[in-house]
Ligand binder design. Structure first.
Ligand code: ZN
Length: 442
């Protein structure tokens, strides 16, 4: 008697949580400093091993010692078609075990969730992709077009030693890739029992991290003194910190707000959209920040003694600008910073945006609806940055599409870089099914 044919994707759905747990246990904390970061090489080798088990070859590339990224190419059925890139980072931000309910690198499965640093950002997607391609390899499934897999280092520190390194030094690895999917998108917001918005990222803001430096006349702290670097700097910092930039509705956010209006049967004031967005729950913080340029002062440095007026004072400011707003943002900045304060970029990287249309977007939508008949996919702009900034340089359209159907009451936004980061096992299984449908149709 022959064995009964297993349900499609049975093994992938069974092993996805375990793969995620295993990956979380490899501590890949990225401190931004190669000397204190760890685990990326071990994680890349672990992924290579999991691919090798099912006969998928891959190559590990190091930018610096230990800063490893891995790339594999699964040949498609029609090799004349352009390739699709599926990328995910293997590094995570630090986590302090004292603050957590479980050890952040335990990968523990409890109450239907996999817990640990990276569970949503973004070892979940890494594990879903791995589980899927392992299943394909075992069952002889071929995607219609080449699928390039990239599991990369250093995203959490800007990607210079991961995605940016690969794009600059080994662009041939991505030969033929016209589109890419990765993190921060594809998750659900529950409107009601039979309606969930699935937020697909089609754009992300640009980065403008800057150092402000003010000079002045040094002197004794007891004197009358009208040329104080600390005062001058603080005035500029306070102006920046208190400023509220005007709302700018970019195409994805216009579409997003229209979808929210429709789903909730409300009207949103385009000048003050935040109030209406509050009903989306905590995710509104992430969304709200994509409706305008922002700046937040984050670090200050000046002086060495209570009674000595220093000759210089400096501050670090985190600025983010919308797609198409780079020049306007600089003009706004110059006005706010004012005279006598020098401004230098620490990190400056472009905003990216693509349109929410075309066959690939249709396949995303179809895959979501096939697995959740209450799904309504909508585009949105991410307020943070991802490796899309690097891959976009090779001419790819980049999407955030790591599909997860989430429980209505889960505060998903707070889990990114948050305490008790965790992901429902059911959501991972859902993600595997959606990715399978999507990648087999794409
Ligand atoms: Zn991430």
């Amino acid at each position: 008697m022959s064995e009964p044919t297993p349900a499609p994707l049975a093994r992938a759905q069974d092993e996805v949580a375990e793969l995620l747990s295993d990956l979380i246990r490899i501590d890949t904390t990225n401190t931004g400093d190669t000397a204190t970061g760890k685990g990326e090489r071990a994680a890349a080798e672990w992924v290579a091993g999991k691919l090798d088990e099912v006969g998928i070859g891959s190559v590990v590339h190091e930018s610096e010692r230990g800063r490893a990224s891995l790339v594999a190419r699964i040949p498609g059925a029609d090799r004349t078609r352009p390739a699709l890139l599926v990328h995910g980072h293997l590094d995570v931000v630090p986590a302090d075990p004292a603050e957590w309910s479980v050890h952040p690198f335990s990968g523990e499965e409890r109450d239907g969730y996999v817990w640990g640093r990276g569970a949503v950002d973004m070892k979940d997607m890494d594990a879903m992709v791995l589980a899927l391609v392992r299943d394909w390899a075992r069952t002889g499934t071929r995607p219609p077009r080449d699928v390039v897999l990239a599991f990369v280092a250093d995203e959490e520190a800007g990607g210079r030693l991961g995605a940016r390194f690969l794009v600059d030094e080994h662009p041939d690895l991505f030969e033929g890739c016209t589109e890419a999917i990765s993190e921060v998108g594809g998750f659900s917001i529950t409107v009601r029992d039979d309606l969930r918005l699935y937020l697909v990222q089609t754009a992300e803001k640009g980065l403008a991290w800057m150092r402000l430096t003010a000079g002045g006349r040094p002197g004794h702290g007891s004197f009358v003194h009208d040329d104080n670097a600390v005062t001058r700097l603080c005035q500029a910092v306070a102006r920046l910190g208190a400023h509220r930039f005007p709302t700018v509705l970019t195409p994805p956010m216009r579409q997003f707000l229209a979808a929210v209006e429709d789903a909730y049967g409300i009207e949103i004031d385009p000048d003050e959209p935040e109030q209406a967005l509050a009903r989306l729950g905590s995710i509104s913080r992430m969304i709200g920040a994509a409706l305008r340029n922002t700046v937040n002062p984050t670090m200050l440095e000046a002086g060495y003694k209570a009674n000595v007026i220093p000759g210089t004072a400096s501050a670090t400011v985190d600025g983010r600008f919308l797609y198409g707003q780079e020049e306007e943002f600089e003009r706004q900045l110059a006005g706010l910073v004012g005279e006598g304060v020098q401004r230098d970029w620490i990190v400056h990287d472009q905003a990216v945006e693509t349109t929410f249309d075309g066959p690939l977007v249709e396949q995303m939508a179809a895959a979501l609806v096939a697995e959740d008949d209450g799904a309504r996919p909508v585009p949105f702009t991410m307020s943070g940055g991802t490796d899309a900034k690097s891959f976009e340089r090779l001419g790819m359209r980049c999407f955030g599409f790591s599909p997860l159907r989430l429980p209505p009451d889960l505060d998903f936004a707070s889990l990114f870089h948050g305490i008790d980061e965790r992901v429902p096992v059911e959501s991972l299984r859902f993600g595997v099914r959606v990715l399978d449908r999507f990648l087999r149709a794409a």
